[in-house]
Design a protein around this ligand. Structure first.
Ligand SMILES: Nc1ncnc2c1ncn2[C@@H]1O[C@H](COP(=O)(O)OP(=O)(O)OP(=O)(O)O)[C@@H](O)[C@H]1O
Ligand SMILES: [Mg+2]
Length: 376
């Protein structure tokens, strides 16, 4: 069966991946030149996809061991160590490297249980790491082993901001101590919480201070995305003109996940029909999506005070606002006083329901923003 070419999760192959050529080169160059790198962007812009695209390049596959750790689920150092250990173990299975094989035996020593996940068929090892002291020792041992490998290692920590939530406040220091000494391990940290990650790497008093190259991932180039979208629709015998493609990008603010999702649904309905997608079809599918998501949006509403919700709605209706404390904005949407507005802004930023970019506040979730604007 033919795959819907608009992926809404995971990475499959370059065929389904739009552009990011210069970003890919930039990351590869950092790796080759021995610089650790931190990748930051809004949620759902494409950090994880880009990382997988990079490690899928022959140049990387051939010359490096790659260890990818998504630490989103980790709530403490022990859990992170487990994820790290698992990722290393999975890499071992693919390698002929003798040192790494030895590391496999080391894991076997501390982990009696090795299971095969019946769904993914992946081997899971179960570390019995009981406390952070044990975790630190294990991390040290893993680093020491992989540093002896014949090939250099690219080690990726995705969702790295998670370590801010660990009870162990020394996680950064623990990692930094090992990483600093090993020049055949190249680190990529990736995460979406800009203020957390920026502080981690740019605050003088913290272990990671200026230790990595910061790379902010922006949106995919419009012209590149336009031709990608048209080509993928055409592969399903669907026509769409440039103007309508631009409309899709405009409605979704070119925010990768939302572009992909809207196109995925349009493809689903029209594939093989020889249809032409016009603005009307785009709007219809968009409204269907917004209606489907409605119960999530009511959920958000219940988490907010009336003041906060009114402000959020106003930002959505306006498609973003640069001066929420201006008299005109406050009067138009009956928002009360400037101080209640600034308190509400702070709270909405904290809850990641809005974000600020180029001086404009916007509702973070693009579909929610459209729902506030069109259906509320
Ligand atoms: N260059 C691309 N071309 C096509 N689709 C992409 C591209 N980059 C990412 N995607 C798709 O966009 C969606 C979001 O991407 P991804 O998960 O990589 O974002 P993220 O920034 O890691 O998000 P999060 O912050 O939530 O982890 C995914 O469905 C992914 O398949
Ligand atoms: Mg991600």
């Amino acid at each position: 069966m033919k795959l819907n070419p608009f992926l809404i999760k995971g990475y499959v192959s370059p065929e389904y991946f739009c552009d990011r050529k210069s970003e890919t080169n930039k990351i590869i160059s950092a790796i080759k030149n021995g610089r650790d790198l931190t990748l930051i962007s809004l949620r759902r812009i494409g950090k994880t996809g880009l990382i997988h695209h990079v490690i899928n390049q022959n140049e990387i596959k051939k010359n490096y061991n790659v260890v990818y750790c998504d630490i989103y689920q980790a709530t403490n150092l022990a859990e992170m160590t487990r994820i790290f250990g698992n990722a290393v173990f999975n890499q071992l299975e693919k390698t002929s490297d003798k040192i790494l094989k030895k590391l496999g035996r080391f894991f076997a020593g501390i982990t009696p249980s090795i299971t095969i996940n019946p769904i993914t068929l992946q081997t899971d090892i179960d570390f019995k790491i009981e406390n952070s002291q044990q975790a630190e020792t294990t991390i040290q041992q893993i680093f020491s082993m992989i540093s002896k490998s014949a090939k250099p290692t690219v080690l990726i920590f995705d969702e790295f901001q998670q370590i801010e939530k660990f009870p162990e406040k020394n996680t950064e220091a623990v990692l930094r101590t090992h990483i600093q000494q090993l020049n055949n391990i190249h680190l990529i940290y990736s995460g979406s919480s800009k203020h957390l990650l920026s502080a981690m790497f740019s605050d003088r008093d913290r272990p990671f201070y200026q230790s990595t190259q910061l790379m902010e991932l922006g949106k995919i180039d419009k012209a590149e995305y336009c031709s990608f979208i048209r080509e993928k629709f055409l592969s399903g015998h669907i026509n769409i003109d440039e103007k309508t493609t631009e409309k899709i990008l405009e409605l979704t603010r070119s925010h990768t996940y939302y572009v992909q999702y809207l196109c995925n649904r349009l493809y689903e309905i029209n594939a093989g029909t020889g249809n032409r997608i016009d603005d009307k079809k785009v709007t219809e599918v968009l409204i269907t999506i917004l209606r489907e998501n409605e119960s999530y949006y009511y959920g958000y509403r219940n988490l907010l005070t009336e003041q906060q919700y009114t402000l959020l709605k106003a930002i959505g209706k306006q498609d973003g606002v640069s001066q929420p404390s201006s008299k005109e904005f406050i009067t138009k949407y009956k928002l009360g006083t400037t101080s209640t507005v600034s308190a509400a802004i702070k709270s909405l930023l904290n809850k990641e329901l809005i974000f600020r970019e180029n001086g404009t506040y916007q509702v973070y979730d693009v579909f929610f923003s459209l729902w506030l604007k069109l259906l509320n």
